[in-house]
Design a protein around this ligand. Structure first.
Ligand SMILES: Cc1cc2nc3c(=O)[nH]c(=O)nc-3n(C[C@H](O)[C@H](O)[C@H](O)COP(=O)(O)OP(=O)(O)OC[C@H]3O[C@@H](n4cnc5c(N)ncnc54)[C@H](O)[C@@H]3O)c2cc1C
Ligand code: SF4
Length: 356
């Protein structure tokens, strides 16, 4: 009896690794990606480089795509998503909608790797003026400029003299309901600060933080490198308001180490926006009937020892669809999800053989 393929939804870092893992284990993978290109947010949001070595993001994702391209066990459908599902694994019928119209396919197990979306800073009462001031940008906007090789003040097109990052925008915020730490933004801010200093050695760079969360090796690979080698200034403080005076931005807040108010002028302000569950993640939860955990990401049931198994047999999840995750987390989970999905299919086949 032919074993049905493992459906992987989402062609970002997690989905690419899940499809590769399934094929490595000898199972067929059907990878569906709603965008026209694979690679997930690092490609769609034009990341310049990735942590910790500042490798070109396109090169890194290209390597992941090459690892499955041409593999006879991996079928890739771009500009395609799942619009309906019926039955249950290992005989789950999914309706795919792609450029050629709708098609029904039977799959044996599912890995949902539909990722995250960036917090929209306009939602936070315009406190930081993202939609008001051209020179207030996000980490993602900064990546785009770094990728293009010219980090400028958007309002003038000139190189900035003073840039600051504001951490925890849309994360660790009980008022807006995003109580989680997005895990990557401290590291990404340090990475971008290093790159800005490399591009523009005359530009002063500041990072306003509540506390810097640099777990594992990022502590010396990014934080100390930013502070000691690139002379980035870290200010422990809370920014309460951004206004404009003349053609500069004025940052008002409190330096919590010194216990005094601060008011500093900046040319560019970068908001370190956090991660939220993507629209695609919420849609797949609905279609597959997968519960969400209390923060709105996909629920997994194994606690710290199994981060990929959902409450529904045959359904697994990986990457930022399950919560804030960096690339390491995402691909590690994807490998585990591929292994669990293959295990599920193997157990189903053994049970079917026994009862035949
Ligand atoms: C500005 C910024 C910079 C970052 N830089 C780094 C870094 O340097 N190092 C690091 O470790 N981490 C970094 N991260 C985090 C990193 O982006 C994530 O860890 C990673 O992208 C998660 O991968 P993923 O595959 O789970 O999700 P995603 O990258 O979000 O990919 C999900 C994929 O699923 C697709 N999809 C969504 N819904 C559907 C659907 N319904 N049907 C089909 N396809 C769908 C999407 O189009 C997308 O291709 C950064 C994050 C930000 C915000
Ligand atoms: S990683 Fe840093 S900036 Fe991001 S939410 Fe956590 S503490 Fe805030």
């Amino acid at each position: 009896m032919e074993v049905n393929p493992i459906l992987v939804v989402g062609g970002g870092p997690a989905g690419l690794e899940a499809a590769r893992g399934a094929a490595e284990l000898g199972y067929r993978a059907l990878l569906v990606e709603k965008a026209a290109t694979l690679g997930g947010e690092p490609i769609h949001a034009d990341y310049a480089t990735i942590t910790p070595d500042l490798e070109d993001a396109g090169t890194a994702m290209g390597r992941m795509i090459d690892a499955i391209a041409g593999d006879p066990l991996v079928e890739i459908r771009k500009e395609t998503t799942v619009v309906a599902a019926a039955g249950e694994p290992p005989e789950l019928t999914v309706t795919l909608e792609g450029p050629g119209g709708r098609e029904e396919v039977t799959v044996g197990a599912v890995v949902v790797a539909t990722g995250f979306q960036h917090f929209d800073p306009g939602r936070e009462t315009q406190l930081y003026g993202y939609y008001e001031f051209d020179d207030v940008i996000t980490l993602v906007d900064a990546e785009r400029m770094l990728k293009a090789g010219h980090f400028i003040r958007p309002s003038t097109g000139e190189p900035p003299k003073r840039v600051c990052f504001i951490q925890c925008v849309g994360s660790r915020d009980r008022q807006i309901g995003n109580v989680w730490c997005s895990k990557v933004c401290c590291g990404i801010a340090c990475k971008e600060a290093i790159e800005i200093r490399q591009h523009l050695p005359d530009c002063q760079v500041f990072i306003f933080y509540i506390d810097m969360r640099m777990y594992g090796f990022w502590e010396d690979q990014l934080y100390w490198r930013a502070q000691e080698q690139q002379k980035v200034n870290f200010i422990r403080g809370i920014v309460t308001e951004i206004t404009r005076r003349g053609d500069t931005l004025v940052i008002k807040g409190e330096d919590t180490t010194m216990g005094r108010p601060v008011e500093v002028a900046m040319d560019v302000v970068v908001l370190s926006v956090g991660m939220e569950p993507s629209k695609g993640t919420r849609e797949m939860a609905e279609i597959f009937g997968l519960p969400l955990e209390s923060h709105g990401f996909l629920e997994t049931v194994g606690g710290p020892l199994d981060t990929v198994t959902t409450p529904k047999p045959g359904f697994f999840a990986a990457g930022a669809a399950t919560g804030p995750a960096d690339l390491e987390d995402s691909v590690s989970m994807a490998g585990a999800a591929a292994m669990k999905a293959a295990g599920f299919l193997r157990r189903q086949a053994l049970a079917a053989a026994k009862s035949a």
